[in-house]
Design a protein around this ligand. Structure first.
Ligand code: GTP
Length: 385
């Protein structure tokens, strides 16, 4: 987080929205893109395609009248070997695709390989200083094959992660399933990622408006989206009374989610405003020790002394600068934090914050910071998840 949490780039509409399209091998990403680039309003979308093979077939598939708005990246995976190439391509693109001296595209869609972990790609977008002056992350769209998705989720943790971090899930090939199968996979996806809308599609046919502008940073849709992913009712995980009925919740969670036991979505709510320093330290420590297992964090935070809500958004250990909304999106002014984690329970999360608060009360900030490594108290709990 920033020093004082007052970064304000919520309204910067000059930045170009970037969507990351991910989904397991053969789950229908190219089919979707092919439909999207032909949709009204999408003719100025720059499409970046990443393929493992040396020869790209996808470029030919994603043909349109002005098909020059396509960048192919081959011979590696965007999330690892050719990450630098993605940075370079995004930096150069506004000049490479300029018309009359101005950037010609108004949106970017990055299609990852089916095996990609989207997190490093999001990190690239969130941390490269040059890219931050040009682009803003809009959201992650994940395709899930309705017909084979169950088996894929059973066998491939990568597929589970892709679905867990999505802002929008496109359920593809619903024409190949019967009602019961489709309901089963929808229930599983809901348990894994309660906030992401699940949009059924056949042949990639979907209204682009359902998939884009999922970001927190679009004033036109921001409040709406904040509202949606904070729909705390959607979460199975314990809320603020978790210590009273933690076991029941837990058992329920496991039933729906039995195959994806390691990865879960948790929503923590806090009735009282949080003290800014404590909250920041807690997040820092949590991310330091468990960053790799916190796939995504989103939240709206009521800080002491701050009239308006602060929105936070992170992927593993990397955080967007917090954004202060100009008003609360609803009457509900509780802090609500959504965590998508691997092997970290709501109890672990809440416990570390309680320790942090107790430690601050007892030792003060100086004492606590100095004390943490020796006592191992917070580190121990954070590490025990
Ligand atoms: N029946 C049916 N087939 C579909 C649908 N969507 C995609 N397909 C088919 O599924 C196959 C894989 O689709 P692609 O769009 O190439 O999938 P992809 O995710 O881009 O695949 P990779 O690039 O290998 O990761 C193709 O043969 C598509 O024609 C659908 O809604 N219904």
């Amino acid at each position: 987080m920033s020093e004082n949490g007052t970064h304000l780039f919520a309204g910067d509409q000059s930045l170009i929205p970037v969507s990351v399209l991910t989904g397991f091998l053969g789950s229908g990403k190219t089919t979707l893109l092919n439909h999207l680039v032909r949709s009204p309003g999408m003719n100025r979308a720059l499409v970046i395609i990443n393929e493992f093979g040396a020869v790209s077939l996808d470029h030919d598939l994603i043909a349109r009248s002005n098909d020059d708005l396509v960048v192919e990246m081959m011979g590696g995976c965007l999330c690892c070997t050719i990450r630098g190439d993605l940075q370079a391509a995004l930096r150069d693109a506004p000049w490479r695709f300029a018309r009359d001296g101005t950037c010609w595209f108004d949106r970017v869609v990055i299609e990852t390989t089916g095996l990609a972990d989207p997190a490093p790609i999001l990190h690239t977008l969130m941390t490269d200083p040059q890219l931050q002056t040009l682009y803003r992350l809009d959201g992650v769209i994940t395709t899930v094959d309705a017909a084979t998705g169950m088996a894929t989720l059973d066998a491939q943790e990568e597929a589970v992660r892709q679905a867990a971090v999505a802002d929008r899930i496109l359920l593809t090939k619903v024409d190949l399933t019967v009602e019961a199968e489709r309901m089963a996979i929808e229930a599983r996806l809901k348990a894994l990622n309660p906030a992401a809308p699940i949009i059924p599609a056949i042949g990639g046919e979907v209204d682009p408006a359902c998939l884009f502008d999922a970001g927190l940073y679009n004033p036109a849709t921001k409040s709406h989206d904040v509202q949606r992913w904070l729909a705390a009712e959607a979460y199975d995980a314990p809320h603020h009374h978790d210590h009273h009925h933690g076991t029941g919740e837990h058992a329920h969670h496991h039933d729906v989610n039995r195959h994806d036991g390691h990865i879960r979505a948790t929503c923590l709510t806090f009735d009282e405003p949080l003290e800014a320093e404590t909250f920041e330290r807690w997040l820092d420590i949590l991310l330091m020790f468990k960053g790799a297992d916190i796939l995504r964090v989103k939240g709206i935070v009521n800080l002491e002394g701050e009239a308006n809500p602060v929105v936070i958004h992170g992927v593993q250990h990397v955080f967007h600068p917090p954004v202060i909304l100009d008003r609360w999106p609803s009457e509900d002014k509780r802090t609500r934090l959504v965590f998508i984690t691997r092997d970290i329970s709501a109890e672990d999360l809440r416990g570390t914050l309680a320790l942090m608060t107790a430690g601050l009360d007892k030792y003060g900030l100086e004492g606590l910071v100095n004390d943490v490594p020796q006592s191992g108290m917070i580190a121990g709990v954070a590490g025990a998840g």
